[in-house]
Design a binder for this molecule. Structure first.
Ligand code: NAP
Length: 527
């Protein structure tokens, strides 16, 4: 049941006076529930509870954390139709997408459960003593990863499950041993509350300390700002716009004790279309890209917003097929009137720049809140000079850049801001000729794709979802896959510490049977 209240630990609470509702963009009406924004006192209480909970949660065994994570997954599934219907009513997204995203969320939770149950993720490293060493005896030193403390997680509008309440950041933080406070996204507060109830049930069923999780509602930035400034908060996870992520990053670095902000932000995901590939398979690629650009109404951080090719017949033909194909696709509903408002504003801004031409725009009638997909083109030298054209237009929009030659292509790619992904569409034989361009794109992105599309992020250990700024605030980390756990930990060494007082991961007999680096050798053997 949705109450509209905040979860302060496992207690529902509505002490504040500010209220808001969510919106059904398909029906173009407000949804029925009223949500209460968290008050300053409620925020303070949630943070204090999280800080207390950390004292025990950080020491909980991998097996118990795994049970907690798996039970969250079970409780989310138990929400069944209510969760799916609420998701649909708050996003306008279809049922298939809702169920697919739920599957991904459950999968992420279970993957982290498996990781912590096995235990080797702590990177235990042991250098035993050599007290006979001269001139100075060598001490026994043992290192492992330990949790940072209570963290705050901000979800994005476009992933109400997988990048939200029990999404990748939360699953990774729980796995690491960090209590989580969610700053609920106002566009899907009902979905968020339901998932929060699942987390709290799981916490109670598996004996987790009260305060290991809180869910705070807010319709503006104040709640998030108070959370990020709070001295008891030790790190922040954010998924959303560059503006929002950067504001929180600046706030966190201005604190007396600066803390890390892992912000995954917007990206235009450049696609390099090489001439032989454009000539030989331009039509097929154009059809594939028409589908990728409009997938989910273009509301993906990996949407291909920029296609860079070399002028000529093949590129002209590619643009013409892409333009014909894209207008055949039925426009779909965007997440919220504000999102479509931003789409229209950012698109208009791009179209008003000198030298930008529309090659296709859906011009039929569309229902309310449905976005008209648009393809534009621009000359390489115009794009190079005008950085307004390098900004994300969040929605079904893409720009084709026509370069004079390979040198111009390389300069354009080298001059791009950091991106989540880059794609190379090529014939194998032409790759060596464009090596400099490919090297340049590798410097700007976190993941490079060969002859594919950037949309559709596989959740697996080898996935890197994060790139140079402004795609992410710290390109050394990923938002997707098991390595996301490293955001929420710090390395910690014990020197000359008695064996029986060490954590189990570092004891001589290796009671957990984990893989450790002992005197330079990776092993599961006891010492
Ligand atoms: P958003 O407007 O930045 O909002 C995200 C969250 O941050 C909201 O809860 C928002 O709260 C909060 N927020 C924004 N500005 C803030 C500020 N100055 N201070 C405190 N809190 C602030 O983003 P969105 O529109 O929901 O999401 C769409 C964007 O996310 C797109 O740019 C997309 O590319 C990006 N995205 C990136 C990834 C990735 O993995 N890199 C994944 C998905 C989406 P309020 O709404 O209450 O202000």
């Amino acid at each position: 049941m949705i109450t509209g209240k905040n979860y302060i630990g496992n207690q529902l609470s509505a002490a504040g006076n500010t209220t808001y509702t969510t919106y059904n963009p398909k029906l173009n009406i407000e949804n029925e529930h009223t949500f209460f924004e968290a008050s300053e006192e409620e925020i303070e209480k949630a943070v204090c509870l999280a800080s207390e909970a950390f004292k025990t949660f950080k020491k909980i065994s991998g097996a118990k954390k795994a049970a907690f994570l798996n039970t969250i997954a079970d409780e989310i599934l138990a929400l069944d139709h209510l969760l799916i219907q609420t998701y649909i009513s708050e996003t306008g997204l279809p049922e298939g997408r809702a169920k697919g995203e739920r599957g991904r969320t459950i999968g992420q939770l279970r993957t982290f459960a498996d990781l912590v149950a096995k235990g080797s993720w702590v990177e235990a490293t042991i250098d035993t003593a050599d007290l006979d060493r001269t001139p100075i005896p060598k001490q026994d030193i043992r290192k492992m990863l330990v949790p940072l403390g209570p963290v705050v997680v901000f979800g994005a509008s476009n992933f109400p499950l997988a990048y939200a309440t029990a999404g990748g950041d939360t699953a990774a933080a729980f796995a690491a041993g960090c209590p989580v406070i969610i700053k609920s996204h106002p566009m899907h507060a009902g979905t968020g509350e339901l998932v929060a109830s699942a987390i709290n049930k799981a916490a109670q069923k598996t004996g987790m300390p009260n305060g290991v999780f809180s869910n705070l509602n807010s319709a503006g930035i104040e709640v998030g700002v108070q959370l990020v400034k709070h001295p008891k908060i030790k790190a922040v996870g954010f998924t959303g716009s560059i503006r929002g992520g950067r504001a929180l990053f600046d706030l966190a670095s201005q604190r007396p004790e600066p803390i890390p902000v892992f912000a995954e932000m917007g990206s235009i995901n450049p696609v390099i279309l090489l001439p032989e590939a454009a000539k030989n398979k331009g039509e097929t690629i154009a059809k594939t890209y028409a589908a990728s650009i409009t997938l989910g109404s273009g509301q993906f951080c990996t949407n291909p917003g920029l296609i860079i090719g070399i002028k000529g017949e093949a590129l002209d033909h590619f643009i013409s097929v892409l333009s014909n194909e894209i207008v055949k696709i039925e426009p779909s509903c965007m997440l919220h009137p504000n999102i479509i408002g931003n789409y229209e504003r950012n698109k208009t801004n791009a179209l008003q720049q000198s030298g930008v031409n529309i090659t296709a725009e859906y011009d039929g009638d569309v229902p309310v809140n449905h976005a008209r997909q648009t393809i534009t083109k621009v000359e390489g030298k115009t794009f190079f000079k005008n950085t307004n054209l390098h900004q994300e237009v969040f929605g079904p929009f893409s720009m084709v850049v026509q370069c004079e030659n390979v040198r111009e292509m390389e300069s354009i790619v080298s001059n791009l801001e950091g991106q989540l992904t880059g794609t190379v569409i090529a014939e194998n034989e032409e790759v060596s000729e464009y090596n400099a361009v490919i090297e340049a794109i590798q410097n700007r992105v976190g993941r490079i794709i060969f002859n594919g599309v950037p949309t559709g992020v596989e959740v697996c250990p080898a996935m890197q979802h994060g790139g140079p700024y402004p795609a992410s605030t710290d390109s050394r980390f990923t938002a997707v896959g098991i390595h996301a756990i490293k955001r929420w930990v710090r390395p910690f060494s014990y020197q000359s510490w008695p064996d029986n007082l060490l954590p189990e991961e570092l004891r001589n007999e290796n009671p957990l049977g984990i893989s450790r680096l002992v005197n330079g050798v990776q092993t599961k053997e006891p010492i």
